[in-house]
Design a binder for this molecule. Structure first.
Ligand code: MG
Length: 392
């Protein structure tokens, strides 16, 4: 059937809440079903609540700082590899593609994806482990819990409320990403059951994105070689696919073409497997998603096994590579020294954090300050504290 042509002279934008009813699958989250915001606000005249959530995340300070935060490799290694910002954009892009194909709420999916790594401290997982250790007697540190603190308290952009005052479903996705189910920040989000399909899609896209781009980055900075990768089934089979489609792929285009084939394979597999799950488990409504025994978005057993082998290779050859270990230990040492110095002499903290540090919450205030830093800022701050000729 031919589409009705749009009258350009009298174009009336659709009501997006009605539009959601037309385009979304029955198991997608609708804006009208949202549990809303902690601090009630009037609706925006032309953006849905989840669009507004996404926009608030993009305009936040924590989002801009992702540019100078490490994923695996420290920012200074070169200017081509992923940072947390570009990783986040890849996750958002892949998540939206999957969400659109499954008829899920793209705005909610995108908001969850753009927020998913906001709570990471500088220097990746080494930084997280160091801060968790510094905070052992004071409630510990974990990036998902810290992400919630950023979204609910630490951003200070709005006169009417602390944090970004996002919709409950975006916060819930952040909370359920945490494995610390007993933590006070996480408990209020546990009652709804399984995460929404939108949140499950972001989880899968996150894992798919970093497994693939860590291989790409590791090759590009010579942590691993193509010969070593030939021993990994997933890579080898992706190469075979590429060679069937492009028998004469030039050397410069070889690596990105295989990486693209790996992403495409995983996304296609995820879509097919997830559609099967939704069909065979008779998922008809959001309530069915919530009540399901397990997550519904996932890979086929075959791709699951191929990914497991790839991940084992990454752990062995990339994350434990001596150069990666040096970067990790340097970052970890630096954060510990910052934390100890500010704990011993809190008068050196900037005003906003010093004010909080004197209210009996000193370790958490220092942890918030250090966790909010970028890799670059942490290194500069370390020089300002410890290097005699650096201007303070
Ligand atoms: Mg991530």
């Amino acid at each position: 059937m031919a589409a009705t042509p749009v009258n350009q002279d009298h174009f009336e934008p659709p009501d997006w809440l009605d539009r959601e009813e037309e385009v979304l699958a029955p198991y997608a989250m609708r804006t009208r079903q949202s549990k809303g915001r902690r601090h009630p606000e009037p609706a925006h005249p032309y953006r849905t609540a989840y669009q507004r959530d996404r926009d608030r995340i993009v305009h936040s300070t924590a989002f801009r700082r992702l540019m100078y935060k490490t994923q695996v490799l420290v920012v200074q290694t070169n200017d081509h590899h992923r940072t947390r910002l570009t990783h986040t954009l890849e996750v958002a892009q892949i998540s939206r593609t999957i969400a659109r194909q499954l008829g899920l709420n793209e705005d909610l999916t995108e908001a969850i994806a753009l927020a998913h790594d906001l709570g990471h401290p500088p220097f990746g997982h080494a930084g997280e482990a160091a801060l968790d250790d510094c905070m052992r007697e004071h409630g510990g540190f974990e990036h998902n819990r810290h992400g919630l603190r950023i979204l609910m308290e630490l951003e200070y952009r709005y006169a009417e409320f602390p944090g970004l005052n996002l919709s409950w479903e975006v916060l819930e996705a952040q909370a359920l990403h945490s494995k610390l189910r007993d933590a006070e920040e996480i408990k209020p989000f546990l009652a709804a059951g399984q995460p929404s399909l939108e949140a499950q899609v972001v989880d899968a896209a996150d894992s798919l994105a970093y497994d693939t781009h860590d291989i790409d980055d590791a090759l590009s900075v010579d942590l691993i070689t193509l010969d070593e990768l030939a021993g990994v089934s997933f890579w080898r089979r992706a190469v075979e696919r590429v060679q069937r489609q492009h028998p004469r792929v030039p050397p410069l285009q070889f690596q990105p073409t295989v990486v693209r084939a790996l992403i495409d394979w995983q996304v296609s597999d995820l879509l097919e497997q997830t559609r099967n799950q939704l069909r065979t488990r008779r998922i008809r409504r959001v309530e069915d998603v919530r009540a399901a025994e397990q997550a519904l978005v996932g890979f086929s057993p075959e791709v699951h096994a191929l990914r497991a082998e790839l991940e084992a290779f990454l752990h062995e050859r990339v994350y434990r590579h001596y150069r990666v270990q040096r970067m990790a230990n340097r970052g970890s040492r630096l954060l510990r020294q910052l934390f100890e110095e500010f704990s011993a002499h809190p008068g050196q903290l900037p005003d906003r954090y010093r004010a909080r540090a004197t209210e009996g919450l000193r370790p958490r205030a220092i942890c918030d300050y250090v966790a909010g830093m970028t890799d670059r800022f942490a290194q500069e701050e370390h020089l300002r504290l410890f290097h005699p000729s650096t201007p303070v």
